[in-house]
Each structure stands twice: as C-alpha cells, then as structure tokens.
Design a protein around this ligand. Structure first.
Ligand code: ADP
Ligand code: MG
Length: 273
C-alpha cells in the first residue's frame, strides 16, 4: 500500500437536485468521518445558501474569501481555504453572491470548467486526499461545474415516497456531463438517508432503490436521528456533537465504505475485505 500522499486526490461531488435529502449533512459528516480516519479533506460549499459553512461553524464574518471569488477567477482556491474546528477538515465557504455566478459568467468560454480549473493546481500538491463538493438543490451551472471538476458522484437519497423521482433526471445530467465535459466521471455510490426503521415505507423505498441501483447503493444506511439535525445549530458536525449516536456511527461506516471503494478502484486485482 503506497503512502497516503502517493495516492493522489479524489474529488467527490455530493449531488441531488432535490432539496432536503441530506446532501449538506452528508458532505459535512462524511468529510468529518474521513478526516477522523486520517484523510486530508477539503469541503467546498457550492450552495449559495451556505449551509455547509454554517453547519461547520463558519459564520458570515469568517467568510472573507468565498467560492464566488474563486469561480470568478479573483482568488486561487487555496487562498479561500478556512480551517474548521475539525482537524484535517478544511472548507471553502460560500455566501449568497454565489447565486450570481451563472449570470456573471454568461457565455464565457470554459464557464463550466471554472471549478475544475481552480482545483487543477491542487491536484498534485498533496495537501488534500479528498475534496467533497456540496451542491445546491438544482442542476444549474454550479452543479455542472462541480460535476465537471469531480472524479465521482455521491448521491444521497432520502427514504421517502418520491425518492426515485427526479433520479432519472440526475442520471441523465451525469450522462450529459460524461458525454461532453468529463468522460471519466464515475458514480461513487448512492446513500440512503433519513431511514426510519419504524416506518415500513422506508424499507420499501430502500429495497426499490437497491433493486434499481444494485451494488451502487452503499450497505450503510443513514438513520433518521434527531442528533443529526440538532448538530448544525451548534456549528458542529454530528460526529463532534455526539459521537456515539446512531447518525455519527452510520457516517463513520459510510466513510469506510467510500474509502474501500476508492481502494478497490485503485487496485481492482486485490481482494480487500
Ligand atoms: P440538502 O442539503 O439535501 O438540502 P440537508 O442535509 O440540509 O439536505 O438536510 C435537510 C434537513 O434534514 C436538515 O434539517 C437536516 O438537519 C435534516 N437531516 C438530514 N439528515 C438527517 C438525519 N439522518 N436524521 C435527521 N435529520 C436529518
Ligand atoms: Mg444543502
């Protein structure tokens, strides 16, 4: 096994155009769990609502330089990095200006590659082993930039009746990005979120999703857990707020699965358990 720094950087985008499915929660807590197992993680908040920034305790006053400045070419990516309270987890914050990017970039050449171009110098620098990108709830230019910049997509899916609706559109967008901007884009996996085992609908949705997506669905299911929803108001990942709760434990398991998939991808001939 090569030293961690030799393994290179993987860029994962957390995407689903539906709002409230657990994208931000997953980005924050998967990022924290990866940092906890020794990865060096940069979380890029690519939602103008800035929930990932707030949820990590980076209030507006601390957002001096943001993703907006980076995408507009005014700051190199590393200049906009903010340390979080979690060792090994850094953040590129966002603010409402980010919603203007679509209009401001207009028909500029490479408008879809702004994030990819910004990440390029960081790829070989060795400062990070994972970049996670938290997307807005739409398939707009920000999401397209995130997909064009990424190696793989991680899709959170809420265990509710309409879960599969809209996924066709997401998969079509991924295909479009593969066909034009980023042929190498992979599906890292689909994670079921807010699973409620007292609710038979959750189980039904989970089995539908598994029969539709097969092995792409992680074994780990994120349970609905009130501690997970409380944590952001304290500006903390749930793993810091309450490590023992079921939500934290699930995100630690998810991180292990994500890392395992990455290792298998790098060395498919090795049987890793
Ligand atoms: P998105 O980024 O996709 O819009 P969020 O991550 O912001 O979704 O989650 C939507 C809401 O659901 C938030 O209030 C969040 O705290 C809550 N939530 C997310 N995951 C869980 C969970 N596993 N258990 C309980 N509440 C959750
Ligand atoms: Mg969000």
């Amino acid at each position: 096994m090569p030293a961690r720094s030799d393994r290179g950087l993987r860029v994962l985008v957390v995407a689903n155009q539906k709002g409230g499915v657990g994208k931000t929660t997953t980005a924050i807590n998967l990022g924290t769990a990866l940092a906890a197992v020794g990865e060096k993680v940069l979380l890029i908040d690519s939602d103008p609502q800035g929930n990932a920034s707030t949820g990590l305790g980076i209030g507006r006053a601390l957002r001096k330089k943001t993703l907006y400045d980076v995408l507009m070419g005014e700051q190199p990516l590393l200049e906009a990095v903010v340390k979080t309270s979690v060792p090994g987890l850094d953040l590129i914050p966002s603010d409402p200006d980010l919603s203007g990017v679509e209009l401001e970039l207009g028909q500029q050449a490479r408008r879809s590659f702004k994030l990819r171009d910004a990440i390029a110098p960081v790829r070989d620098a060795g400062a990070y082993t994972y970049i996670l990108i938290d997307c807005p709830p739409s398939l707009n230019l920000l999401t397209v930039n995130a997909m064009a910049a990424s190696d793989a997509v991680l899709v959170p899916l809420q265990c509710e009746f309409f879960a599969l609706e809209g996924l066709t559109q997401l998969m079509r967008t991924i295909d479009l990005v593969r066909g034009s901007l980023n042929p190498a884009l992979e599906l890292q996996g689909v994670v079921l979120t807010m699973y409620d085992r007292r609710n038979s609908l959750s189980e039904q949705v989970a089995s539908d999703v598994r029969s539709h997506f097969g092995d792409a669905v992680y074994q780990t299911v994120i349970p609905r857990n009130v501690r997970v929803s409380e944590a952001p108001s304290f500006g903390k990942p749930v793993l810091v707020y309450d490590l023992k709760c079921s939500g934290s434990q699930a995100y630690l398991k998810l991180a292990r699965e994500v890392v395992l998939r990455e290792r298998k991808r790098r060395a498919p001939q090795l049987e890793l358990s």
